[in-house]
Design a protein around this ligand. Structure first.
Ligand SMILES: CC(C)(COP(=O)(O)OP(=O)(O)OC[C@H]1O[C@@H](n2cnc3c(N)ncnc32)[C@H](O)[C@@H]1OP(=O)(O)O)[C@@H](O)C(=O)NCCC(=O)NCCS
Length: 184
């Protein structure tokens, strides 16, 4: 049975091995990687079959233009032998639910609309945004977690200079953001 859970420290090495197999060395030259390098993700999940890691997805705090916090999803990968069994979809749905529960308002990613469209991602939502270095704009996709969250967004997608506070956390007086998992 495959379960989806938070990434742990012991998952880092098998996650990196899975990403190597899934994307090859070009994964480090992707434009979205420029927003991730040297940072910890806001959310990170794995799919596990017993003790074996068979899938990974992470989400990173970014700004979708000035003053518009969002998450950047990726990379998503499933072990080749385990594909087409719904594990990718389970990771996506789990990640989107978790992001919404934490008060995030929108998720962006760079990927194939043919795959991500089924989870509500569309290039139409990102028309006013750009990702420095990204050639094919049709791969820049957005999905609102709160209706209207991407209305009027305009500008470059960037890594925030300081940790992003989500509206939900802001609403809870005195509650501090929990420490990031050390594994990620
Ligand atoms: C994309 C990926 C995560 C999907 O994982 P998965 O567990 O196989 O996903 P699911 O079982 O939920 O869905 C599989 C379906 O998505 C389709 N699919 C996979 N990649 C696709 C893509 N790039 N474009 C369109 N459809 C795609 C499969 O053909 C399959 O279709 P079917 O249901 O009609 O058979 C996995 O194929 C993978 O790790 N690929 C390599 C990394 C990668 O390319 N990731 C980003 C994609 S832009």
């Amino acid at each position: 049975m495959v379960t989806i859970r938070r990434e742990r420290k012991a998952d880092v090495a098998p996650r990196e091995a899975l990403l190597d197999v899934s994307y090859g060395p070009i994964r480090f030259s992707k434009t979205s990687e420029r927003l991730r390098e040297g940072r910890r993700p806001g959310l990170s999940f794995v799919a596990a079959s017993g003790r074996r890691l068979v899938g990974t997805v992470r989400l990173w705090d970014v700004s979708a233009g000035p003053g518009r916090p969002a998450l950047l999803l990726g990379p998503l990968a499933v072990e080749p032998a385990q594909r087409r069994r719904g594990i990718g979809a389970a990771l996506m749905r789990h990640a989107l639910r978790a992001a919404a529960r934490r008060g995030h308002r929108a998720v962006l990613l760079v990927g194939d609309a043919a795959y991500y469209g089924r989870f509500g991602f569309a290039a139409e939502r990102t028309g006013g945004l750009w990702l420095p270095g990204l050639g094919d704009r049709s791969r820049l996709l957005g999905r609102e977690l709160v209706p209207g969250a991407l209305d009027g967004v305009r500008g470059a997608i960037r890594a925030p200079r300081k940790p992003v506070r989500t509206p939900l956390l802001d609403a809870v007086a005195g509650l501090r953001r929990p420490p990031e998992p050390r594994a990620a």
